[in-house]
Write a protein that binds this ligand. Structure first.
Ligand code: SAH
Length: 468
């Protein structure tokens, strides 16, 4: 048997959103098909890839830092292959990037691992006969699989992502994504189903369907299914292969139909969990953001979601300090969140991005210190409201899909996507276990199997991460 040493190895850094996580998974799959294996550490990798995010300046800088580190490695080991993927590359001509980062061998647009596959073919990276033979054996064994999980993830990866809509054509004033991921394109039902089944056969129990505006799925396919139809199809096909849970994100307030909400409520594998960013709570700010709805409409939507999906968790995104956002306008956002008591909020400080309408036409005039003050205010409000929302689950017994061991506890999620930790000696990974909630915090919960002793546990492990 060939040892790990004989395989060329790869290492992928993934920055940014779930779509990037999904894209990295697809790149890994292509590399596995070529006979490469995931490296335990970057030092031992022959192929090193950074999958980048540019949604905010800070994210872009992280990618650039990583690239500089790779430049050093490349100078010491010129045969190593360096790849740059994702939104820093975008769908444009990589020539300017090639000039800026001449040590990068391969540039890959978001969701497109093909250039790396071609490069490695040309380079003849699969040069060991043993590796070639093994790669062929793996492909024979998994030949029906559209997507091959890395060996260490097969049977171990419980939750995975499947893109269903690439790109975005909405063009919110602040957002760079349409410029970097291209126009909106839905994937075919056949391709999505094949991928979901493939993942389920390799042990995945939960799939999150992804799109920038996921509820617009199918709008570009003549007589195509909508997201509700697709959920039904994925539910049938996926559960037949052992899939337990389906989620989808991100929703846009204007595209959430009653049909979709009723389908979520009806299908047992589709989780009561909605991600629907509001971005701001003031109508004038929303208008200048080009979001396409008012705060009253958003409030009505939340009511409609809650009325149609029992026990639903609703999460949102907020941008503070959008150009010329006044204190009073910000307080509208604060009040909206106070009233709606959503489950989870992702708060970002406005960051002007190249090519966007706001960057071109609106001065970034809210001072950094003021942005930070607004962010902190929402953060504190969020911690308080989340803690209160989570406390409503205290004492109830909830089905937890177990994802992994963390320390001496099992870590899993409720249907509402809330994190739960519990102790149990048995192997639980990949199982859905009924857990009684015994402690709740703002960021996670602790529980026990009914009948088991309650362990003293005053600290919220995630809070520690946040503080660190
Ligand atoms: N397509 C989704 C989200 C895309 S990006 C939507 O329609 O909402 C993820 C989040 O990043 C956004 O929800 C927004 O809150 C944040 N974001 C995007 N552009 C930003 C910018 N220029 N500055 C700060 N935050 C931004």
């Amino acid at each position: 048997m060939p040892t790990q040493q004989e395989h060329a190895q790869y290492y992928i850094w993934t920055l940014g959103c779930q779509m990037n996580v999904a894209d990295s998974q697809r790149l890994a799959s292509e590399l596995e098909k070529l006979g490469l294996r995931a490296a335990d550490a970057p030092e031992s990798a022959d192929v090193l890839v950074v999958n980048t995010c540019v949604v905010r300046q800070g994210a872009e800088e992280k990618g650039v830092q990583r690239l500089h580190a790779l430049n050093k490695i490349k100078r010491q080991h010129p045969t190593k292959v360096i790849g740059l993927m994702g939104c820093m590359v975008g769908v444009r001509d990589p020539l300017p990037l090639r000039k800026r980062f001449p040590f990068v061998d391969v540039f890959m647009a978001p969701s497109d691992p093909l250039p790396m596959v071609e490069f490695l073919h040309e380079r003849g990276i699969e040069d060991s006969q043993a590796v070639e033979a093994e790669a062929r054996a793996l492909q024979d064994a998994l030949q029906d699989e559209l997507l091959i999980l890395p060996a260490h993830e097969r049977g171990n990866l419980i939750a995975a992502h499947v893109p269903i809509v690439y790109g975005c054509s909405h063009a919110c004033a602040f957002c760079i994504i349409p410029f970097r991921r291209g126009v909106e394109r839905s994937r075919s039902v056949g391709e999505i189903v094949a991928e979901v089944r493939s993942l389920a056969r390799q042990g995945v129990k939960e799939i999150t369907l992804l799109g920038q505006i996921v509820d617009r799925y199918g709008k570009d396919i003549p007589d195509g299914p909508d997201l509700a139809d697709l959920l039904r199809i994925v539910h049938e096909a996926g559960t037949a292969e052992g899939l337990q849970r389906i989620r989808f994100l991100t929703s846009h307030p204007n595209w959430m139909t009653d049909k979709l909400l009723d389908t979520v409520a009806e299908l047992p594998s589709v989780m009561p969990h909605i991600e629907v960013p509001v971005q701001a709570g003031d109508d004038e700010v929303l208008r200048r953001m080009k979001r396409g709805y008012t705060q009253a409409e958003y409030r009505a939507l939340i009511e409609r979601i809650r009325a149609r999906i029992p026990n639903v968790a609703i999460n949102t995104d907020i941008i503070v300090g959008f150009p010329s956002e006044t204190e009073a306008q910000f307080m509208q956002t604060y009040q909206l969140l106070e009233d709606l008591r959503l489950d989870k909020i992702h708060i970002a400080k406005y960051s002007p991005r190249p090519q966007t309408v706001s960057e071109r036409t609106m001065p970034d005039d809210v001072p950094e210190a003021e942005k930070e003050r607004r962010r902190l205010m929402l953060d504190e409000q969020h911690a308080r409201i989340s803690a209160e929302r989570n406390a409503e689950w205290l004492g109830s017994v909830v089905p937890v899909l177990v994802e992994a061991k963390q320390g001496d506890k099992w870590r899993g999620r409720t249907p509402q996507n809330k994190l739960v930790f519990f102790a149990d000696d048995q192997e639980r990974r990949g199982q859905t276990v009924e857990v009684e909630i015994t402690w709740t915090g703002a960021w996670s919960m602790q529980g026990r199997l009914p009948g088991a002793a309650t362990l003293p546990d005053p600290l919220d492990p995630l809070r520690l991460e946040v503080i660190n």
